[in-house]
Every structure is written in C-alpha cells, then in structure tokens.
Design a protein around this ligand. Sequence first.
Ligand SMILES: Nc1nc2c(ncn2[C@@H]2O[C@H](COP(=O)(O)OP(=O)(O)OP(=O)(O)O)[C@@H](O)[C@H]2O)c(=O)[nH]1
Length: 653
Amino acid sequence: MKGMPAAPNTTVAGHLNLAAFLSGPDPMLRKLILLLWVTSAVMSALFGVAAVELDWSTIPVRLDGHEFYVTVYPPLILGMFWLFWFGYWWAAIPTWATTFILATHYGMPWEWALLFACSDPLGLALIALVYWSLPDAMDIRRPGNILLFVLFSFAGAVLSSVGAFIWSHATQAEVTQLYPVWEGWWVGFMLQNLIIVLPILLLCDPLIRRWQNGTRLWRHYTPGRRALRQSLIIALMLVLTAIMFSWFSASLTEKAITTAAHSRDPYIWQPVAQMVKESIGALMTVLMILMAAITVFGIYLFRYWSERLTETHQSVLRSNRRLTAEIRQREKVQGELQERYHMLNLMAQLDSRLHAADSAHEVINALAEYLPRQLPRMEGVLCRMTPEWKLEILTHWGRHPLIGARFAAEIELTKDPAHWHSPYSYDPEGLHGIHRVLPLKSGHELAGAVLLGASADEDPAVEAVLQMLTEHLTLALTNLKLREKLVEEATHDPLTGLYNRRYLQDWLEKELVRSQRHGRALSLMMIDIDHFKVLNDTLGHAAGDRALQGLSHYISAQIRQSDVACRFGGEEIILVMPETSRDTAAMRAQQLCEGIRSLKLMADDGSLLPPMTVSIGLASYPDEGGTASALFRAADMAMYKAKSSGRNQVCCY
Ligand SMILES: Nc1nc2c(ncn2[C@@H]2O[C@H](COP(=O)(O)OP(=O)(O)OP(=O)(O)O)[C@@H](O)[C@H]2O)c(=O)[nH]1
C-alpha cells in the first residue's frame, strides 16, 4: 500500500471520451480503434457462444478437499481490458449485447434477457466507479493498486452474480442448481481477472498508456465535485452486494432444509448439512472480503483526497507567495516612481532657481540647497573654483562627507575644457572616493564642480538626474554668462571698459536721491584731455585710443570702489564720488591732475606716448544743483573755465 495513491503521472491516461474520440483529428486512428472495438465485440459474442456450446459453465473444481464451481466467460475478460484502457461504456456495451444475444438465443424470454444482460455491466460498473474515484489507482504496477484491483474484482464479481438469480428465476431452474451457477459465476469472474487479466495488465499497461498519451485523445479522470457521490454509490453497491449475498445464502439454506424436511430419505441430511456448512463458510469469506474492500477503498480515498488537499494548500501557498512577491515588486516600483516624481519635482524647482539666478554665486547657492535633496543616496561635495584654480568646498552631503573634503583640494584640474566634457573617475580609495566630477562650466570658464561618490545602487533614475543636472547647469551658467555679457555691453564703454553715459545717468539719478535722503554731499568731476586732437593727428587714432585706455585704467585704479568712472563722450571722462564734499573732491582732482601729468603710457608699437595733461571741472551736490543735468552743466562749465584758464588745472563751478 506504500506509495499509494500516486500523484497523476504520464502513465495514467484515463479514459477515451466519446466526443473527443469522434472529433479526434486523426481519422485513421479513429477507424483503427473502431475496428478493434467491433472485432472485440464479435470475438466476445463468438467466445460467448463457445462458452455455452462447450459448456464452460459451472465446472466443478476440487481443491484441497473442497469442491467449488467455476464458470469461464471470455466476454468478461475482453470487457475488463476495454474498461481499464478505454472506459466503462467501451466495455459495458459489448458485454451487455453479447449476454443479451446469448440469453435470447438459448431460450430466455427477451424481457428477462434485457435484465439478465445487465448483471455483468453492473459488476463492471462497480470497478469503473472505483477508478473514477481514484484515478491514480490505474497505475496498476504499484503493489497497493494491485490489491485494490483484486479486492474490487472480487466485489464486482459478487455483484454481477445477481445474474445467477435472474437466470434461475427466468429459467425456473431447481433450487439445487442455483447454488453452483451462482458460485461459478462470481468465482469464475474473479479467477479470470486474477489469472488472465491482471498479468496482461501488468505486462502491457505502460506500453498502452504511452501510446494513449501520444494520441492526446485520452483524458485524465477528474473526480472533482462528483467524487463524493461516486464514493457513496460504491459503498452502497458494496453494502447491497453483502446484503444480496447474505440473503441468497440464507434463502438457499432455508430451501435446502425445507426440501430435506419434506423428504423421507434420512440420508438427505448429510449433503444438506454439507451445503449449509459451505454456504456459511462462503458467506463469511465473502463478507470479510467485501469489508476489506470497503476499508481499503476508504483508506485510499482518504489518502487520495488528503494529498489533493495538501497539493491545493501548497498551490494556494505558492500563489500567495507569488502574490506577495508581486505586491512587493509593485510597491517597489511605486516607491521608485514616487522617488522619480520627487526627483523631477526637485529638478523643476532647481531649474527655475537656476534660471532666475543673476550670478554664479546664486547658482552655487541653489545647488547647495538642492543637491543634497536631489541625490540623497550619494555622497557629494559642491565646490567653487578659486582664482588660484583650486576647488574650494562650499557644501557636502552623504554619510561620508570627508571624501570630498579630503580629495577636493588634491584634485589637479586641467584647464583644457574638453577634459571636462565627460565625467571621469577619480577614485583613490575605492567606494568612498570620488567617482564622478560634474563640471560647472560658465562658457569656457570653470565656475566649480560637483564631486560625487559611488552610487548606492545602480538606479537609472540617478543617472537620468545626473544627466539632466549636467545639462541644466551648463545651460544655466551659459545663460548667466550671456546675460552678464549683455549687461556689460549695455552699461560699459567697449574701448575703455568704463561705464557708459547711459549707465551714469541712471545711476546718478538714484545716487542723488540717496544723497538727498541721507543728507550727504556728492561731487562730480568732468575730466577732458588737453589737445587730444593734436595727439590723434600726429601719432594716429590708434595711439589716441591707447592714451584713452591708459588714462581710464589709471583713473579706475585711483578711485574708491563706491566711485563711478564713466566715459561721457569723446575724450571726456566723468568721475562721480558719492559722500564726497567739494573740498575733498577738489583735493583729489588736483592729485589726479598731477598723477596724469606724470603718467607714462605706451603705444602699440612699444614707443612712449607724449605726456598728457587734463583739465578738470568740478561740481558738487547740493551746492551746484540737485539734479544730474544741473551737475553735468556746472561741471562742464567749470571744465571750460579750466581750459580757458590755460588747461592742465582743476576749476570749480
Ligand atoms: N583716438 C580717439 N580720438 C577721439 C576719440 N573720441 C574723440 N576723439 C578725438 O578727440 C579730439 C577732440 O578734439 P577737441 O574737441 O578739439 O579737443 P582737444 O583737441 O582735446 O582740444 P581741447 O579740448 O580744447 O584741449 C578729436 O580729434 C576727436 O577725434 C576716440 O575714441 N579715440
């Protein structure tokens, strides 16, 4: 019994469903199976005729002092094979037909023959039901399955022997004839199964099953919802068999005793006693075997279904595990999506900050705020480029903030911008070294760099962020540079680098408002080169330009940071000095005048330009007016006064 019931395997093909058979794809196979079946049915009929003609019925057999009867009925042998390999109906129809034809041919009224022919299909039905309920039991080579086959061959045989009763009743045979017929029936059926059918099944089953599996026509039995009903029917049939057998035995015994009681022959009691003894012995044996069949069937059924339940449970557990893994995976993906959304959101915020930035300083500030949030799982350092071409750390983040601090200062940066296009690895200490450097380029200048450690995971989102970051930063810094250039061009004189007139006018208006509010003085000088036309005419326009540039450079170097020098037009320069009184301004104007006189300037060809003098007109707020134009006018007049007074001097309004 060990190892039973087995899990469904490829050797157990099940049954050939009639619909599947008729709609099967292979007509040749269909014809072959039909031919086999018809041939088998004809043989069954012929063997049936032979069994009757040659009187294979109720053959007495003596074994070890016991006498019993055996009926050989070959149609049942063929029927068992059809039952086992094709299904119940393939076996029941020819078996029923054969018995019916034989019964009517040999004189049984047809209505009795109809019923009589059902007895063998009834026994076969019990066996078929067992295999429907326990499909795995068809794997006949397992010892437990052989036992089941033997037990139910017996039970089926006893059940089918109900036919003996119908036969004796229909033919009105004597009571003494009934017992041998009945015993011969079930013993014969069972012995046929044990001696002929079982060995052939054991021998040929794997071969036949392989062939069946190859045709793909056979279907596995799937007990499913009908299993309980089938099991109940089997149990009922077994109980009915037991009752029927007991009733037969009892009624036979009763009839034998009644017959003996009415007889005057005193010797009749001895065979009657013998019959009663045999009948009781047979009854006991049959009941025990039927009980064993019920028990074994129950055990098999229990094991079969508990294994199915275990399988179902395990499959539910597997599905559960799969679902859990799927849910986790989805949660992970959702988390990643949220993270990406967060990153993109931050990127958008950073982007607007970058676009609003007016200086590289603001860009760096925005980065310092956003980078640690943008790349939280990376270690990083934000650096600014110093005029000495060194990286200065502005901020750092991550679990090992020292990486940047330690290595940033050591990084030797090449001035070749091409080198900065692709991030490169600078990784002197493995995992916590610098793995990437994102250059912060402003035009062709390097404004700074973002140094990054190894990525905690190979997250493509991080790569995308880095890629976007590099692009956005480059764009923002380039825009910034362009804007600075535009502002520079709009406010500065291209030749001297001083502020231009437009800027001065705007700025001076504002500065005057401030001076008024704070009650502070403001002075303005108008500086005009003396005889500049002569310089231009004698040495050329280029030399004149050099002289203008040199003078502007000198003035820019002499003034305070809060002073504004501006090229007002031609060779006129205006210097505005906030918070400077007229006296202080006059003193500084005098110093400038003297300084310019002793200024040595070079021409493009390296020759020394002739010394230059300037006339300076001075005007101050609030003394000479409260508006820019009033101050310009006053300074202009003072400057003309200086010119007319002999040049190379300072005059006040
Ligand atoms: N090289 C050069 N010359 C300029 C520039 N702007 C104006 N000038 C020249 O400056 C000279 C100004 O001449 P004037 O207004 O006669 O004045 P000046 O020769 O300095 O004589 P005074 O002002 O009376 O001393 C002209 O020859 C202009 O061509 C400039 O950007 N470059």
